[in-house]
Design a protein around this ligand. Structure first.
Ligand code: GLV
Ligand code: MN
Ligand code: MN
Length: 411
């Protein structure tokens, strides 16, 4: 069957994106569908209903990953298209959702043209990619690919004290399809860049070569509450100042190490959090990322040594917990070449680049040929309700996805 003129229906794709965005919609745009909340359930139900309408065979596994499969002319592991539909609290409507909905659009395009591929195709959305409620991020895809044990993931408690296992039951997505051993023929994820490079350059397609390493650490500092007016400075055990110094040091380390090292303090909680009381407890998180594992380890070592020292100087206790740790990942060069070739054949501008954000694709990379396709994010903004990608860029990205999937599915 000649598939060379086949293209996706971009209006249909965007209609679905906008319909999904209504669930958990935020004032001013964007959405909040934190993993395993009622809003997440609403999003899941809608996407699963689309999967059913498209005739996909739906399975749900023990961590709530949902996979819709379309049979091929031969049996075997599917060409899998996937991403996530959970969001951070201040999420945009494209992060993750684009990859899932573009996958459905690929399926519908083939359904309309009555094309059956040789290999099965699957569209998946993975539980808790964001990690904003439950750490680590990429939880569902990590369990799917066996990097994280199912029981360990189910036992995780979130920022609100709720357990993954209970919340999965509550939303009705604790399934029994196997995890850990499921393999795909290959994995492809279309995603918005979430950074400024493509937008600034005016390039349409980011050919993603890999994902940088991610290190998330939580520090809990224990001090002594006392009166802000009467306690001499030399007699304080101030948990808040130690948290503040760790935060400043994280930025200093990133500045000192240069462009490829980034550092973010995203959570700071003080207790009792009152104007005239020395804090007796502080919790902060530090997110460190680098494309180079050795440099990422250096950044961690510097930060941890500094935290130990300032805690000792102030006379407070310090507990350190790893919330997530993923080494940098390289995608298969054949898949990277295929994405680039497919984009160029469609006359699209391309640039090779690493991903700064974590993605479900990185969990597949060690186990099967894996690729990611990026499209521009206006002003490089993401994890923000202002996240936006031009419809024409979505069309371009989804058509590259279609070509890559067709080539892999028929090889
Ligand atoms: C997850 O999406 C991350 O990169 O933080
Ligand atoms: Mn994402
Ligand atoms: Mn995200």
């Amino acid at each position: 069957m000649n598939t060379s003129n086949l293209t996706i229906d971009n209006d249909r794709l965007i209609r679905r994106l906008e319909a999904l965005a209504k669930i958990g919609a935020l004032d001013g745009g964007g959405c909040c569908r934190l993993a395993l909340t009622d809003e997440d359930r609403g999003g899941r139900d809608l996407v699963a209903s689309w999967m059913a309408e498209l005739g996909l065979d739906i399975s749900v596994d023990g961590i709530g990953n949902v996979v819709g499969t379309r049979a091929g002319t031969v049996d075997g592991p599917p060409v899998m298209i996937g991403s996530h539909i959970d969001t951070v609290r201040t999420g945009g409507i494209y992060d993750g959702c684009l990859g899932v909905i573009a996958g459905l659009e690929v399926i519908e395009t083939l359904n309309d043209a009555e094309i059956v591929s040789k290999r099965p195709l699957a569209v998946a959305f993975f539980t808790n990619e964001e990690g904003a409620r439950f750490a680590p991020d990429m939880m569902g895809s990590a369990v799917h690919q066996g990097t994280l044990g199912l029981e360990d993931a189910l036992a995780v408690t979130g920022i609100d004290g709720a357990a993954v296992s209970d919340e999965l039951e509550k939303i009705g997505y604790r399934g029994n399809a196997a995890t850990g051993t499921e393999r795909a023929h290959c994995f492809v994820e279309l995603h918005v860049e979430q950074g400024p490079v493509l937008d600034i350059e005016g390039t349409t397609i980011g050919v993603v070569e890999g994902v940088q390493g991610i290190s998330w650490t939580e520090f809990v500092i224990g001090g002594v509450s006392n009166h802000a007016g009467t306690t001499p400075m030399r007699m304080r055990c101030d948990a808040g100042i130690v948290a503040a110094r760790i935060a400043v040091e994280a930025r200093a380390i990133a500045n000192d190490m240069g462009a490829d090292q980034v550092a973010t303090v995203g959570v700071v909680e003080l207790k009792p959090n009152l104007v005239n009381v020395v804090p007796n407890r502080a919790l902060i998180t530090v997110d460190l990322r680098n494309t180079n594992e050795a440099l990422l380890k250096d950044a961690e070592a510097r930060l941890f040594a500094y935290a130990d020292k300032v805690a000792a100087d102030e006379g407070v206790t310090l507990e350190r917990r790893t919330l997530a740790r993923f080494e940098p990942v390289e995608f298969s060069s054949d898949m990277v070449d295929l994405v680039e070739r497919s984009a160029k054949r469609q006359g699209l501008s391309t640039r090779r680049m690493p991903s700064g954000a974590g993605h479900d694709a990185q969990m597949f990379a060690p186990n099967c040929p894996t690729a990611m396709i990026f499209v521009p994010s206006r002003d490089g903004i993401s994890h923000n309700i202002k996240e936006f990608t031009e419809p024409e860029d979505i069309r371009a990205g989804a058509n590259v996805l279609l070509r890559v999937v067709l080539e892999k599915a028929n090889e």
